[in-house]
Design a protein around this ligand. Structure first.
Ligand code: ZN
Length: 449
């Protein structure tokens, strides 16, 4: 770490009257100051100096992204004063990021955890803003098409904000150059890559794609999904890396011998995990529906589906129209469900889960009616319940849990540090309940049944 000192905040036994004088003084004390500072007398000279500094920029042995013009005389600075944010006696000029030319050698396509195919430009190394760079993201197919990229092109690269390398243009194509085409198949699993709706991104939608397997398994085991205690990111990563698990269905085939090969796993922890996996087979259908990780289907929508249709089989057989009839379901959500079950990979996954003995029926609990027809919003941090537990209680008592406050909201349940939702409830005159009042309301409901 090294610095250039540029300001004397306070000094005793010496009177400094200008910026240049204070820099000279700092230098005389042996402190490092910027090697280049000039006093100019009008704006034309200031502009010329800024241009000069910009031209010499590449030759400096440090990175520099701008220059500052300051009033030199301290008495004049005092007179000018400052706004509530900035002094009126100084202004910064920012130079555009340095641009270099290089040759595009190849485009690598990776698969992100959400299945998005991400192209990366690989080019001859260039020195830019302090480091050597040879790769830059190309974002998606549209971006590549807009640039008209071909392998072998002479391209312009720079660092956005002097940090992130980016390709900003093509200066020359090779003779016979062909526009680059994104692959039609997932580079990880070979499944066809598709555009969903009007997304610019190409996606692999194979639920068993190894590139996405990890993310799917972590989601499958998470608390609001199958709630498999002890199967977090660390364990899931090892299971996928060791090739023990490729899809959620493989979890139910794991043996104690396999688990004992994982880092930090002893007999006890391995047995605990096997028990948690076994116990998850008894989960209600809403948890399994959420665990599938269907696009646009959160835990609330998963619960609505499970309750409405009663079994996984019925959900799989339902048409988009039938699903769309559920109160609270939009067309996009219904479409996401039918698309998920229409995929080959899904059929296999469902069959394997069924063979493993995973529950696929809705075990309907009789609903209370104290909150029937009422919409409640939970906000802030409650003392004993998590937000999802409170929302589950609302649904269990016949109510609807919503994320936003409107005139139709019956109650807002507010905990500590409740913010804008509480303010909105108060503004709309929506009754606000504490956690204790909310629990009392439900308890009363149970005694009535
Ligand atoms: Zn794939």
């Amino acid at each position: 770490m090294s610095i250039f000192v540029f300001n004397v905040q306070q000094v005793r036994g010496r009177e400094l009257t200008s910026h240049a004088e204070s820099l000279d003084y700092l230098k005389s004390l042996g402190l490092p100051v910027s090697p280049r500072y000039h006093i100019v007398h009008d704006i034309e000279d200031a502009i010329a100096e800024i241009e000069q500094i910009g031209q010499n920029r590449a030759a400096l042995d440090f990175d520099m992204d701008g220059a500052v013009i300051k009033v030199n005389n301290f008495a004049q600075r005092e007179l000018l004063g400052s706004t509530n944010k900035f002094p009126r006696w100084a202004i910064a000029f920012k130079y555009p990021p340095e641009v270099k030319e290089t040759t595009l050698r190849s485009i690598e396509v990776g698969v992100g955890r959400t299945g998005v195919l991400t192209p990366t430009a690989c080019f001859d190394p260039v020195f830019l803003a302090g480091t050597t760079v040879s790769r830059a993201t190309l974002h998606n197919e549209d971006f590549i098409r807009q640039l008209g990229l071909c392998i072998g092109d002479t391209i312009q690269v720079r660092k956005a904000g002097d940090i992130i390398p980016e390709v900003i243009g093509v200066t020359r194509h090779e003779p016979d150059a062909q526009p680059y085409q994104m692959p039609e198949f997932c580079p990880s699993c070979g499944a066809p890559a598709v555009h969903l709706e009007d997304e610019a991104a190409l996606r692999c939608v194979n639920p068993e794609c190894p590139a996405q397997a990890l993310r799917n398994i972590i989601h499958f085991a998470s608390r609001d999904a199958m709630d498999i205690d002890g199967l977090g990111t660390m364990v899931a990563t090892q299971l996928v890396d060791k090739g023990l698990v490729h899809s959620a269905a493989d979890l139910y085939d794991l043996t104690i011998e396999q688990l004992l090969t994982l880092e930090k796993f002893k007999e006890k922890s391995a047995n605990n995990l096997l028990q948690a996996i076994e116990a998850s087979k008894q989960n209600n259908l809403d948890k399994l529906m959420f665990a599938f990780g269907i696009r646009n289907i959160g835990d609330k929508a998963a619960a609505l589906l499970a309750e409405h249709f009663g079994s996984l089989q019925a959900i799989r057989e339902a048409t988009e129209e039938q699903i769309g009839e559920i109160d609270g379901f939009g067309g996009v959500m219904a479409q996401s469900v039918t698309e998920f079950f229409a995929k080959d990979g899904t059929t296999d996954l469902v069959h394997r889960l069924a063979d493993a003995g995973v529950n696929m029926q809705w075990k309907g609990e009789p609903k209370g009616d104290k909150l029937a027809g009422k919409t409640l919003v939970v906000t802030g941090t409650l003392e004993t319940l998590s937000r999802s537990e409170a929302e589950a209680l609302i649904v269990k008592n016949g109510g609807k849990a919503s994320g936003s406050v409107s005139k139709k909201t019956a109650y807002v349940v507010a905990g500590a540090a409740a913010g804008s939702k509480l303010t909105k409830a108060q503004a709309l005159g929506v009754p606000v309940l504490t956690e204790v009042e909310f629990l009392a309301m439900i308890a009363e409901d149970k005694s009535q049944q």
